[in-house]
Design a protein around this ligand. Structure first.
Ligand SMILES: Cc1ncc(COP(=O)(O)O)c(C=O)c1O
Length: 463
């Protein structure tokens, strides 16, 4: 904060506003837990994430050591946030920037970096970190081949954890007046947890530092067994987890590592937003979901700090998009109802195509063909009176061709069962075990307004 002209308070540039993020008490997502549980809200940095802290320090060190000169280029492989942190510095100081991002990263992050004038190169996610196509290797090559360029190198650059040792750690210590008992934090490069953990442990070795790792990453297993799973699975949460141990990750400051999966992470991020008013990114959800797994250990008088790395605004098209959440199977309620399966149908979620009992068999067959469906309820006055199925109907016509002119009333099968929209999916599965129940009709407020056939139920089960 400058105060050269009396009473005018301002920052020399946006870079001065980085850090000093607040601790905010969590209430609803931590209901019933003992201790004071506080979130370090890193989305309140100007670039919207914890990574603003490392961008400045990395660039300033490169300038001081002469590796980066005016007009130079900053290159980095990033899940987006480090790019943003570096973009703030590059914009203020006039450097070019080239960022490589894995293709799983959200469109918002890519557009944001481009908004700052960065060149963004998208690389495949599903390749090992040392493949020449990986985002880290592509960035290294560009940095090597571009004159007056530096690789910010968040994975191996000691400035990354140092910035947390110099800022995040002391802030948390001061804000809790030295009373912090647990520090909980996701692990990406490991910079945040290693730097902050080191500072906090130096101040009080009794503070428990707990890392949270997304399911699919190899870090948790490595922490406990010192073995690397050769092919970790891909997962959707961004910014955390690894298939190797980055140079800046120092496990000696970490007491334990807990795992949380994508679903838990995203549902918790949404709860942080809706129940605490903190618009949170996916890895913030991972950190809180992981914390809750050990929260029964917290005692009265404990002061727990969980770090929330970035803003949910970066994931509006994913975590905060119900369609994306549903497509990826993350939005399944605890008790799956008919309403949920009906709403996830790819075709015709509501409404029923039906025929009248007086319709001729020929028209019934045409209707099945025209709508590309296999069965159709026969309805009279809005109520089901029978059903026809293409296979059964065709067999009957082949046996007695004269039937094509007959009304379906004469050939139809039994009614499809009717279930309420809030019935459980188990009820539907039970009914569908009966051979003739090719479909069930769904009733909402006394009206038949949906149909589920076996394919619809299978489609839902395959998610
Ligand atoms: C969204 C998000 N969360 C968490 C992290 C993890 O922080 P660190 O790399 O310091 O371990 C990152 C880092 O890239 C991130 O982008």
């Amino acid at each position: 904060m400058k105060s050269g002209t009396p009473n005018v308070r301002y920052f020399e540039s946006i870079l001065g506003t980085i850090g000093n993020t607040p601790l905010v008490r969590l209430h609803r997502v931590t209901a019933g837990l003992k201790g004071l549980i506080l979130a370090k809200v890193e989305s309140l940095n100007p670039g919207g994430s914890v990574k603003d802290r490392i961008g400045v320090r990395i660039v300033e060190e490169a300038e001081q050591s002469g590796r980066l000169r005016p007009g130079g280029t900053i290159v980095e492989s990033t899940s987006g946030n480090t790019g943003m942190g570096l973009a703030l510095v590059a914009s203020v100081k006039g450097y070019r920037m080239v960022f490589t991002l894995p293709d799983k990263m959200s469109m918002e992050k890519i557009r944001l970096l481009r908004a700052f004038g960065a060149e963004v190169i998208i690389t495949p996610t599903a390749v090992p970190h040392d493949s020449p196509e990986s985002y880290t290797e592509v960035a290294k090559r560009i940095a090597r081949e571009t004159p007056n360029a530096i690789l910010a190198d968040q994975y191996d650059n000691p400035r990354n954890p140092e910035s947390h040792y110099a800022t995040t750690g002391p802030e948390i210590w001061d804000q809790t007046a030295g009373q912090i008992t647990h520090f909980i934090c996701g692990i990406g490069t490991g910079g945040t947890i290693s730097g902050t953990g080191k500072f906090l442990k130096e101040m009080n070795p009794g503070i428990r530092v707990i890392g949270i790792d997304p399911r699919g990453s190899a870090l948790r297993e490595y922490f406990y067994t010192k073995k690397m799973t050769p092919l970790p699975k891909t997962y959707k949460v961004e910014g955390i987890g690894q298939d190797y141990v980055p140079g800046v990750l120092d496990f000696s400051f970490i007491d334990e590592v807990i795992e949380a999966d994508d679903r838990e992470s995203f549902l918790m991020a949404r709860r942080l937003t809706r129940e605490e008013g903190i618009l949170a990114g996916g890895s913030a959800g991972t950190a809180v979901a992981g914390m809750l797994k050990i929260a029964s250990r917290f005692a009265e008088g404990d002061v727990v700090v969980v770090l929330l790395p970035d803003t949910g605004e970066r994931y509006i098209s994913k975590i905060y998009n119900d369609e994306w959440m549903r497509e990826n199977g993350f939005l399944t309620p605890e008790r799956i109802t008919v309403r949920y399966v009906l709403d996830s149908k790819s075709k015709h979620p509501r409404g029923v195509i039906s025929i009248d009992p007086a319709t001729s068999v020929r028209i019934a067959l045409d209707t099945l063909k025209q709508h590309d469906i296999s069965q159709i309820p026969v309805m009279e006055g809005g109520r089901p009176v029978g059903s026809v199925h293409d296979h059964d109907l065709m067999m009957k016509v082949i046996e007695s061709p004269a039937l094509v002119g007959a009304p379906v009333r004469d050939v139809m099968g039994a009614n499809f069962p009717v279930v309420g929209i809030d019935a459980s999916v188990e009820e539907v599965l039970r009914l569908m075990r009966v051979k003739e129940n090719y479909a069930v009709l769904v009733e909402e407020r006394g009206k038949i307004d949906g149909i589920l056939n076996r394919y619809d139920v299978m489609e839902y089960m395959g998610r």
